[in-house]
Design a protein around this ligand. Sequence first.
Ligand code: SF4
Length: 442
Amino acid sequence: MNVHDSEKAAFSLSNAGYELTDNPTGADVILLNTCMVREKAARKVYSRISDLKKQLRDQAHINGVKPIFGVMGCVAQAEADRMFERSKDIQLVLGTQAISKLPDLISQLDHGFPRAIDVRLSKTAEFFELGANVRQTKHIAYITIIEGCNKFCSFCIVPFTRGRERSRSVDRIVAEARDLADKGYKEVHLLGQNVNSYGLSGRYHGNNIPDFEKSGEGTFAQLLAKVASESRIPRIKFTTSYPRDFDKSVVQVIDDHENLCEWIHLPVQSGSNRILRAMRRGYTREEYLAKIAFIKNARKDISITGDIIIGFPGETNEDFNETLSLIAEVEYDGLYIFNYSPRPHTPAAAYTDSVPEEVKTERFTKLQELQKRIQMRRYGRYLEQNVEVLVEGRSARSQLDYYGHTRCNKVVNFPASEGIIGEIIKVKITEAKPNSLYGHVV
Ligand code: SF4
């Protein structure tokens, strides 16, 4: 989602006549997009700005260019004008719903205002419609379907930084997917903080979502079916699913449409009912496992990935053991494991952070080891199999190798000749590691 927001900012600026550069030296504006899901990421923005400042100081003496430093994303939204106090270098703060205002805010600075800020959140904010000229790759594209979140899980800052759920109209989503297919895109990712809530908030808020109301179309599963059957995109993925709202109909639609890929990211966060309740997740371990069961019973072999928070306030050894047993039962193809850190504004920030850091680290390592063993088995299943790969680029490790993702979102490396980027090919797997596969083009 952040990558896609950066694309939107780039589009907004290029429409206003700016030229994009990935070299900060000589740039008139330097914009940092930020994440606030974890404390460490939120802190990084200030050190990154002072590093850039140092790097550019000599340059400014030479050519007289003094860039505007701007911050966008969730940190900008949450910290708002406090960012100006924490760093004298920041002149521009752009909230998550203000991307289209970017040129106006820069223009205020050009006209002599010392600072510019827009962090307003609204239930009716319009969706930013993205032109195709700023996509980061020519083969894989992101499409926003819903923004914001109404769930208010007790640890999560997203509802405060992204606002309430707003669903984009079916017609616009399908039109964007068709346009991307016409331009030769091979894969799209439908994006939302919680894709399974697609359309629901539209109905709750009535005419606050005029586009959705007009289109009169329903659930996420229905949207998926429509994009799959009407867009001609060869591969469609989506993220993120929310267990409480996720239902069988999504699995059914994946089974029914060949271009819907075999991958579902379904974050559980904890295997303990006590902790799930404290997290206000709205489902139990048993309900979650029932949903995993119908994914596993699908006609297609669907990969499942998830997220876990370690050391949520009050997590005991028994709670953690419940998480371990859930992980062992589900056998995820991939797992993002995070140590809990309190986020401002959230209810959990007021709980006593009772799990010592060394216990969090110990649990983290234990869980990571278990997951590594599971992934060795899961990835090992592909040995001697042919898998479909969309070639994305040269491998970082070897100039002779290329890499891409499978339909089930696993990274595959393989040697190949030039001119293959953007193609969908078959690769025979000859080696499996816990996080990637190796093979040769069939
Ligand atoms: S559903 Fe996801 S985005 Fe929404 S509050 Fe919970 S963790 Fe945050």
